[in-house]
Design a protein around this ligand. Sequence first.
Ligand SMILES: C[C@@](CO)(OP(=O)(O)O)[C@H](O)COP(=O)(O)OP(=O)(O)OC[C@H]1O[C@@H](n2ccc(N)nc2=O)[C@H](O)[C@@H]1O
Ligand SMILES: Nc1ncnc2c1ncn2[C@@H]1O[C@H](COP(=O)(O)OP(=O)(O)O)[C@@H](O)[C@H]1O
Length: 306
Amino acid sequence: MGAPIDPQARARLHHCPAPAKLNLFLHVTGRRADGYHLLQSVFQLIDHGDTLHFDLRGDGRIVRTSDVPGVPAESDLIVRALHALRGEYERRHGRPPPGIDVAIDKRLPMGGGLGGGSSDAATALMAANHLWQAGLSDAELMVLGLPLGADIPFFLFGRTAFAEGVGEALRAVDGPDCWYVVVEPGVSVPTAAIFTAPDLTRNTKPITISDFSRTQDEQDTLSGFGKNDLQDVATRLFPPVAEAVEWLSGYGAARMTGSGACVFCAFSSEQEAERVRKQVPARWKAWKAKALNQHPMKSLLQINEL
Ligand SMILES: C[C@@](CO)(OP(=O)(O)O)[C@H](O)COP(=O)(O)OP(=O)(O)OC[C@H]1O[C@@H](n2ccc(N)nc2=O)[C@H](O)[C@@H]1O
Ligand SMILES: Nc1ncnc2c1ncn2[C@@H]1O[C@H](COP(=O)(O)OP(=O)(O)O)[C@@H](O)[C@H]1O
């Protein structure tokens, strides 16, 4: 049995955004002793993603109320993140928190390189920390989230970031002000399949944050900095990814995000992005999205604090 719901506290947070991310570039610079690859990347939030709804429950249970095809509730990163937060709450408060229901409107494809599962988990941590009045700082939530997914700390950080390590060392950078067309090639790319490929580039020379920042005038934003070291392997193993890169490259500097499968290209205006989106072949799903400079949960929670 969890703690009784405080009638003074708000008992629900609906329409919570879990935005996607794009990796504007992604370099593999080495490997840790445990086999995990060391990365350098700029993570960019965009205004397209999943939507989550939370309601407190009186019985202490964590319940996912929607079905996510292929993801049983107990392995859902949202549920696992909420269990981790519940454990931390108990350690701090000496009693369990109230329970919580979570419903998910899933829009992001899985294995898309858009960080959907990690973003869902980060939004769940922010929402439950608020609803349970658990009192964890963003930095403490990041520590809870990292073992579940390397992208979770970035979503909690909540703004355009230069990331190092496996994605946990984050520094804010000025993000571009642009629109993206994102093509879903219709395949799901398992991250592990890319990192285990023998021919993966693992020795890109490390750059500095100022190497990236120097290039952020509009022209370079659109032409793209660096490269995605995972792209060659992903396009070889998953031909639809190669086809999408080739098609979108007809309109600008198209590139894969994360370990794939999605492919994106930057445009300076919504109109231009829309013009290209309309021409995407019907065999692929595609959408346009704006670069965000702050995670929308941050403002939503501020409003709810008032
Ligand atoms: C590469 C990124 C960039 O954002 O890809 P996307 O998942 O977004 O596509 C992420 O860091 C992905 O991190 P994360 O989401 O935690 O990866 P997982 O699916 O758990 O990793 C699956 C497997 O890939 C390998 N792996 C993962 C990340 C990393 N930096 N080095 C690795 O070698 C490990 O063997 C791991 O067991
Ligand atoms: N809430 C969730 N949403 C999506 N995937 C999830 C979720 N929870 C766990 N997963 C697992 O994480 C895997 C990676 O999905 P996702 O994070 O969407 O892709 P990517 O890491 O390529 O951006 C899925 O195949 C699925 O097994």
